[in-house]
Design a protein around this ligand. Structure first.
Ligand SMILES: Nc1ncnc2c1ncn2[C@@H]1O[C@H](COP(=O)(O)OP(=O)(O)OP(=O)(O)O)[C@@H](O)[C@H]1O
Length: 315
């Protein structure tokens, strides 16, 4: 658990972070969102002591970070930044192995860990382990950055606009990867972004920041349904909220399940239970159909989602 209590950071006379209180529960993904210069990165960097705080208290599992050795503290906190920060003259494998090497793990254990993480992040070790960062695509390099942050199995992950420099499709893929990985490794995560859609997709809870303050700290659903101020309302997009709420809920919640799975219609793509209601609506509109089949991993039809249910219960 991470707790910030009345934390302030000044740069000279300017106040970058203004007396904030924030609790990030163990295993939760807290997304800090807000416009440029509102204090998101400063908040993140105070947690791993890359920046000292000017006032207040920051606790990790009940212990003040100022009382901890900064190197030890950072070894227990994976840190991912935009543009990866990978060492250009080190191979992918060596970059990922950096922290385990600092911790003097035996060689076999390091090699096994590098392979395990590359596989987790969908990077084939045989193809990529010996490449250098400049030989990777932006998305692959960012995956290596995440693998490196996870290498020594830290309890906490700090991620500062990790997908900010990527094109929209790669970005969306990495967000989905992150959700998958988070389900497996369940790290206490603080994630910085200025993209509200990214925040809504990834967060357990979102902290909306403005001018160094936290304006609202709540679940994505509550941020959409009950924005605390006109600022939050404009950030989430007033008119677009219905669709955004639909994108938070999976098809599973509204589908009508068949008593037994049936063979799928050949040549027809269906939806998956984990797909969002927003995607279901899009498919229905595109195909001009009142219902769409929901398929399992084997392509068997396990149920349908209907337009009627979607419009009645979608948000
Ligand atoms: N080293 C520094 N010296 C002086 N001012 C700083 C320094 N670092 C940050 N600031 C100021 O503190 C405020 C908060 O900056 P911060 O980088 O935390 O914002 P941010 O929300 O992460 O912005 P962005 O999304 O643009 O990265 C800004 O006004 C910034 O100019």
């Amino acid at each position: 658990m991470i707790e910030l209590k009345n934390v302030t950071r000044r740069f000279g006379e300017a106040i970058a972070v203004d007396n904030i209180n924030l609790t990030v529960e163990t295993g939760e993904v807290c997304v800090l969102v807000g416009s440029s210069g509102c204090g998101k990165s400063t908040t993140l960097r105070m947690i791993n002591r890359l920046l000292p705080h000017s006032a207040g208290e920051i606790l990790v599992d009940g212990e003040s970070v100022t009382a901890m050795n900064p190197d030890q503290l950072r070894l227990n906190m994976g840190y991912v930044i935009q543009g990866t920060g990978l060492f250009p003259h080190w191979t992918v494998a060596r970059n990922i192995a950096m922290v385990p090497q600092l911790l003097k793990w035996p060689r076999d254990r390091i090699e096994a860990r590098v392979r395990e993480l590359m596989t987790l992040l969908d990077l084939d070790p045989a193809t990529h382990a010996h490449k250098y960062p400049q030989q990777l695509s932006g998305g692959q390099a960012q995956r290596v950055g995440v693998a490196r942050a996870l290498a020594a199995d830290p309890n906490i992950l700090l991620m500062d606009e990790p997908f900010g420099a990527l094109d929209a499709i790669t970005r969306e893929n990495l967000q989905l990867e992150m959700l998958r990985i988070q389900r497996q490794v369940c790290k206490t995560t603080v994630f910085v972004t200025h993209d509200i859609d990214e925040a809504l997709r990834l967060a357990t809870r979102i902290a909306v920041m403005d001018q160094g303050r936290i304006i609202q700290h709540d679940t994505p659903e509550n941020i959409l349904r009950r924005p605390a101020s006109a600022f939050v309302e404009s950030l989430v997009g007033k008119q677009d909220r219905g669709l955004k709420l639909m994108s938070l809920r999976p098809v599973r919640e509204l589908m009508v399940r068949h008593p037994e799975p049936r063979p799928g219609t050949p040549g027809e793509d269906g939806l998956h239970e984990d797909d969002s209601l927003r995607l279901a609506l899009s498919v229905m509109l595109w195909r001009d159909r009142p219902e769409v089949a929901v398929l399992d991993d084997q392509g068997q039809e396990v149920g349908v989602i209907t337009r009627e249910r979607l419009l009645q219960g979608g948000i």
